[in-house]
Design a binder for this molecule. Structure first.
Ligand code: PMP
Length: 429
């Protein structure tokens, strides 16, 4: 099909709520390593990686090879029979997860992983209330939408009973109008206030992303989650770390984002980069939490042998290519270069993130911090024209999200920075 035919059929047969980037959508055709090509043959350096999904590069030969091998051997059996692929992945996950997390429940997506986490937290504690954070994104089911803390993702009805949202640690736009570190990280206290005023007093869980993803890579001060953890435990709750975006080395040095904040979660949820783009998610928990699940449950495709081998191969690639170290080193280099761009272009109000998860909040004016969604779109368009794919997010659609494959080097960073610099200069011209 031609680009035009694809877009015509898309309009005719696909839900319009599934939106695409760019005024003229880019029809993706093929990809390899750090690059993606559209249907017309234009090549792009991919600095969004399929929404932080393509962690080890497009069509990584090891991951693709394992998928091909498995698909010819056993594509599906459902969970009525155990497979080596599934238990080997579960064992590997137990090895890399922090603290006492040991058991996996496999799903097809991050949404389902969060659903299962909340369900099992309620069963394990006997409490019902869940506290999340404003500006969070948790998924597209009714429950996950209810945990989500952004109005544009909550439309269509949510089931808010038993779910409340505390203030988030958004230093650039502090909800308490304070400044770090003089604030004493006062925002953490709002979790206790939310428990006192919006729950029954005992909670099933607190759920949060170590760095808020769709919310615009909002990165908390280093003390925040430690303070919150103490509060959560005081009220009997489990700590759920939603690692759908931060998981699998993305933040550098550590496998999971929460490890940077020195908290041992009871449950981790993951998906996205877990299998480098194959549809798999997981709810990972301590043995006592996992064992507390009462009643039957099944996920027909959860733990599918093809996605399970893809996930294991992805973890092996991260180990073999030393990506925990690479992300830390190249991430720091990238950050310095982004701060250089910020010094040059007033549109960039804030630079934040960890490792190869870096965000740029774009503002019309650095004093008023008025969000610049129109300029964000313009920047995206210019970068596309200059052969660079980047992402965006944030409640006001004004945060550029940068999450390249984790095996890039300084050369790719220089290339991307040059294209971004050129794009920003063209916007000012
Ligand atoms: N949690 C977070 C932090 C996410 O970013 C997402 C997806 N953007 C989800 C959950 C839901 O994952 P999925 O789209 O795979 O259902």
């Amino acid at each position: 099909m031609t680009r035009e035919e694809i877009l015509k059929k898309r309009a005719e047969y696909v839900f319009p709520c599934v939106t695409h980037f760019y005024a003229e959508p880019l029809v993706a055709d093929r990809a390899q390593g750090h690059h993606l090509w559209d249907i017309e043959g234009h090549q792009y350096l991919d600095f969004f990686g399929g929404i932080l999904t393509v962690g080890v590069g497009h069509c990584h030969p090891k991951v693709t090879g394992r998928i091909k091998e498995q698909i010819g051997r056993l594509q599906h059996s459902s969970t009525v029979y155990p497979t080596e692929a599934m238990v080997a992945l579960a064992e590997k996950l137990a090895e890399i997860t922090p603290g006492r997390i040991q058991k996996s429940f496999f799903t097809n997506s991050g949404t389902e992983a969060n659903e299962k986490a909340i369900l099992v937290a309620r069963m394990a504690t006997g409490s019902y209330d869940i506290v999340g954070l404003r500006h969070a994104y948790s998924g597209h089911s009714q429950l996950a939408k209810s945990v989500t803390g952004m109005s544009n993702w909550r439309r269509g009805g949510v089931i808010s009973v038993g779910i409340s949202h505390a203030l988030n640690p958004y230093c650039y736009r502090c909800p308490l109008k304070l400044t770090y570190p003089n604030c004493g990280v006062a925002c953490a206290e709002d979790v206790e206030s939310a428990i006192h005023t919006t729950t029954s007093g005992a909670i099933a869980a607190f759920i949060a992303e170590p760095i808020q993803g769709a919310g615009g890579f909002i990165t908390p001060p280093k003390e925040y989650f430690k303070l919150v953890f103490t509060i959560v435990k005081k009220y009997g709750g489990l700590f759920i770390s939603d690692e759908v975006q931060t998981g699998f080395a993305r933040t550098g040095k550590k496998w999971f984002g929460i490890e940077h904040w020195q908290v041992e979660p009871d449950i981790i949820t993951c998906a996205k980069a877990m299998a480098n783009g194959s549809p798999v998610g997981a709810t990972l928990a301590t043995p006592e939490v996992a064992d507390s699940y009462k009643g039957l449950t099944i996920s027909t495709f959860g733990g599918n042998p093809v996605t399970a081998v893809a996930a294991r191969a992805t973890i092996e690639v991260i180990e073999e290519e030393n990506l925990l170290e690479n992300v830390e080193r190249v991430g720091k280099y990238f950050r310095r270069k982004l701060e250089g761009l910020q010094a040059k272009h007033p549109l960039i109000g804030d630079v934040r993130g960890l490792g190869l998860m870096q965000g740029l909040e774009l503002v019309k004016d650095r004093e008023t911090k008025e969000p610049a969604p129109h300029e964000t779109n313009q920047f995206m368009e210019r970068c596309r024209a200059n052969g660079l794919l980047i992402g965006k997010g944030g409640l006001w659609n004004n945060v550029i999200r940068l999450s390249p494959p984790m095996n890039i080097g300084e050369a790719q960073v220089d290339d991307a920075i040059e294209r971004m610099d050129k794009s920003l200069a063209e916007m000012r011209a």
